[in-house]
Design a protein around this ligand. Sequence first.
Ligand code: SF4
Length: 379
Amino acid sequence: MQIKLNSLPLSQERTILGLSKDELHSFVLGLETHHKRASMRVNQIWSWIYCHGVSSFSDMTNIDKNLRSKLQKFLNISRPTIEKKEVSNDGTTKYLFCLEDQTKIETVFIPEEKRSTLCISSQVGCTLNCSFCHTGTQKLVRNLTSQEIVGQVIAVYDDLDLWKKMKSEGGQSSHFEIITNIVFMGMGEPLLNYEEVKKACGILMDNKGLDFSRRRITLSTAGIVPKIKIAHEEIGCMIAVSLHATENKTRDILVPINKKWNLEQLLGSLRDDVKLRNSERVTFEYVMLDGVNDTKEDAHRLVRLLQGLPSKINLIPFNNWTGSQYKRSSSDRIKAFRDIIIKSRLPSPIRRPRGEDIMAACGQLKSNSLKKKQVYEEN
Ligand code: SF4
């Protein structure tokens, strides 16, 4: 898409964060007609934004004032606003961001010993209504733009003061104190907002900026089968699948998109269509629900289902939320389930529950804030 200067409104409405490098180049070329100089300017602007975290063009001191004021006239570098932030005893930090149209999304920072993961949203709400998921109780409001997706990462870098750490580490984003991994596991189904997610990933992976390698970005899907292969080929990042059941009758209830693309179609496509690269594997998310999907038979069935497919199975103790019909499986049950899978030589870590004291299940902070707003309005 070519951005022409005259196609932009004469106000500071357009934000620079979600623009791809090519789009930014077309835009700068409209201001700085010399091709080579425009490329140099784009690299400088990119570095200021994605390596130094500046939020104002006036801080871009190696760019001449005239160009800076032109940029300022048409673009801004705004981020989503933090409406609420909760920090758990274990360091997990949950953000409720308010977007320009006043819609709300959640982002979670999960620090661990050797890595730190940022879980980001791709939509406001979700249409897929997975019955164990709190976000599934919220209506889809809209897809996020690439700017709003990248904006979540930038806003967390700002809040945790990570730009300085990046600079002291020589611009590398590999230090464990910095965000090492990004997962699209927040609100929404990323493959139903494919183009914006793809564009955002391109920006996050750019090696002159935030520089996340493709292996450190994971798209988690409920199973939008035709898009999985495309995402794997075009974006190249890791794929996680919310499996959660080993039989269609159970998965139809837990992940209703299964009625459209069932287990056979999903796993068949992963086996036949997705060309995994060397040592790559598909991660399967499996939430452990008491008496629903946690029997030994389920575990054996899971092993059979995944035979021949390079896989890793994340067992997730269910995060209880008020109003849910499900309960977390007991620790003994989860361990017995894990032992069966491990015997078949599939890696099967039990995910340590994080941020339980701050309502860490996706979508809860947003619902809570809406409820408070309603009470306030009713009064
Ligand atoms: S689990 Fe993911 S796809 Fe399913 S309702 Fe929740 S956010 Fe949507």
